[in-house]
Design a protein around this ligand. Structure first.
Ligand code: SF4
Length: 428
C-alpha cells in the first residue's frame, strides 16, 4: 500500500536544503532530492515513488514501504567524499553534519564512539550494538582513518553487559578500547564523556576538537559504514517506541524506519495508544519535545514515547532549569499542561551561556541546589518542576520534601508510562 513520506528540508544544523526535484517527478530510493546550502547535509529519497509536494520546508513522496537493501547507490569517491555525499548527520540528536565533523585532522587524537544512550527508556543504540557490533566497529575505524586518529574509545554504560561483550568480541585493533560508563544522566553529554573517558574537564565554551577529540554517536558510525561499503545514503533511522501502548510498557526498537515516516504510523506499528495519554514525546524524556501523530521521523529522531495523562499541579510551580535538560520554554509548556501558574524560574548555577546555548560547567556533578529551591519558594512556588540531572535531582530531594514542597520532574509522565523509578533520589 502506498504511503506519504514527508522529508523535512532541515534535519541538521545550518540552513534548509534546496530541493532539486519537482512535483510529479518519479524518484528512486537513495536518489538525491535536495542539495546542501552551506553547512548541512544532502537529502535523499527514503522511498521510491512520486514527488507529490515540494515547498520551502518539505518534500513529500508517495511510495511503498522500502526494503533495507534496495536503493540507488552513491557515486564513487574517496572516504571523506563518500561520508559527505551520504547526507549523514549526528543521529544521537545533535544533527551536526558528519561530513563536516569527519573532514578535520585531529593529529593522532581520539575518536569516541558515544553509546551512552543516557536518556532513560531509549535503547535503540544498545540494541543496534547487540545486533550488529561489527558495523559500528568498522564505522569507528573509518572515522579514525578520516580524521587521522591514533585511538578510539567505545563509551557505553557498564550495565549493558551483553552489548559490551558483543562489541569486545569484534574488536581486532589494539588502538580501540571499550570504556564502561556510569548510569547517570547526562553521562553522554560531550564534555561529560571527555571528562569521564579522558580525564579532562573542558570549559563550557570549548569544543571536543580543542583536545583533538571527536565524538560520534554509534548509529551514525553504522551509517558511515553503510555509506563507505555499500554507497548507501542516510535513508532510515533506528527508533525506540515506548510508553502507554497496547501490549504494555515495553520499549520496542524499530530498525531502519524510513526518514519521513509518520509518528502515528510508527505508534500503530508498536500496537497503538492504550487509552488516555498526556502527550507524545519525540526523543528522550529529558530533552524531547511534544509532537503530534502527523509529525515525521527525521535523521535525528531517537524515540517516540506516549506518556501518561498529566497530573494537575495543586500549587504555583517554580521551574528549575538544567543546561542539559528541558529548556525553559519546554518547562513552561509542561507547567501549562499541568494547569499550573509559573511562580518563578531559576537556572542551576552550573549552567552558563556558551556557544549560543546553556552549557553546564561540570555536567552531572551537582553544585548544590538549596539556594535555588529557597528562591523559588520565596517567589511563591508551592511545588517545583525540575529538569535537573540525576545528581542535582537527588540534591533537590534532600531539601524540598523537608520544606513540604512537592517535586515534579519533566520526565515523570514518560517514566510513569513505563513503570520506571521517577528521577528523584539516586538509586543505590
Ligand atoms: S549540574 Fe546543573 S546544569 Fe549541570 S547537568 Fe546537573 S542540573 Fe544540569
Amino acid at each position: 500500500m502506498n504511503r506519504d513520506y514527508k522529508l523535512l528540508l532541515k534535519q541538521h544544523i545550518g540552513k534548509p536544503d534546496i530541493p532539486c526535484v519537482q512535483e510529479g517527478d518519479w524518484v528512486e530510493r537513495g536518489e538525491r532530492i535536495a542539495l546542501v546550502d552551506g553547512r548541512g547535509a544532502d537529502l535523499h529519497a527514503s522511498v521510491s515513488g512520486t514527488v507529490i509536494k515540494v515547498d520551502s520546508e518539505n518534500i513529500v513522496i508517495r511510495g511503498e514501504k522500502p526494503e533495507h537493501d534496495v536503493f540507488k547507490p552513491l557515486p564513487p569517491g574517496d572516504l571523506r567524499e563518500r561520508i559527505r555525499s551520504a547526507g549523514i548527520v549526528g543521529m544521537g540528536g545533535a544533527g551536526f553534519p558528519t561530513g563536516i565533523k569527519l573532514n578535520q585532522e585531529i593529529n593522532g587524537g581520539t575518536v569516541i564512539a558515544n553509546a551512552a544512550e543516557c536518556e532513560p527508556i531509549l535503547n535503540h543504540n544498545v540494541k543496534q550494538i547487540e545486533a550488529n557490533p561489527d558495523e559500528v566497529y568498522r564505522g569507528l575505524l573509518y572515522a579514525m582513518e578520516a580524521v587521522g586518529a591514533a585511538s578510539g574509545i567505545i563509551a557505553i554504560k557498564a550495565k549493558h553487559r551483553q552489548a559490551i561483550a558483543q562489541i569486545e568480541k569484534v574488536i581486532r585493533d589494539e588502538r580501540i578500547t571499550v570504556f564502561p560508563l556510569r548510569d547517570l544522566y547526562p553521562i553522554g553529554e560531550e564534555r561529560a564523556l571527555i571528562r569521564d573517558t579522558l580525564g579532562v574537564l573542558l570549559p563550557p565554551e570549548a569544543r571536543a576538537i580543542t583536545v583533538n577529540t571527536i565524538i560520534i554517536n554509534t548509529e551514525t558510525l553504522s551509517r558511515v559504514t553503510q555509506a563507505v561499503e555499500l554507497g548507501r545514503p542516510a535513508l532510515s533511522k533506528n527508533i525506540t517506541v515506548a510508553g502507554r501502548l497496547r501490549g504494555g510498557p515495553k520499549a520496542q526498537v524499530f530498525m531502519d524506519v524510513p526518514i519521513g515516516t509518520c509518528v502515528g504510523d510508527l505508534i500503530e506499528a508498536a500496537g497503538g495508544i492504550d487509552g488516555d495519554y498526556g502527550e507524545i514525546i519525540m526523543d528522550g524524556p529529558f530533552m524531547g519535545h511534544s509532537v503530534t501523530p502527523d509529525d515525521v521521523v527525521t535523521k535525528t529522531t531517537g524515540g517516540i514515547i506516549v506518556t501518561m495523562p498529566f497530573l494537575q499541579a495543586k500549587a504555583p510551580l517554580g521551574l528549575l532549569v538544567c543546561a542539559c535538560g528541558a529548556s525553559e520554554a519546554r518547562m513552561r509548556e509542561l507547567a501549562k499542561k499541568m494547569g499550573a501558574e509559573v511562580a518563578g524560574v531559576e537556572t542551576c548555577k552550573h549552567a552558563v551561556y556558551a556557544r549560543g546555548s546553556l552549557k553546564c560547567r561540570n555536567p552531572g556533578v551537582c553544585p548544590g541546589q538549596a539556594d535555588r529551591v529557597l528562591r523559588l519558594r520565596k517567589a511563591g512556588a508551592g511545588a517545583l518542576l525540575i529538569g535537573n540531572c540525576s545528581d542535582c535531582s537527588n540534591t533537590v530531594m534532600s531539601l524540598a520534601p523537608k520544606l513540604h514542597i512537592p517535586v515534579h520532574h519533566v520526565t515523570d509522565n514518560a517514566m510513569r508510562a513505563m513503570n520506571l523509578h521517577l528521577i528523584r533520589k539516586l538509586q543505590k
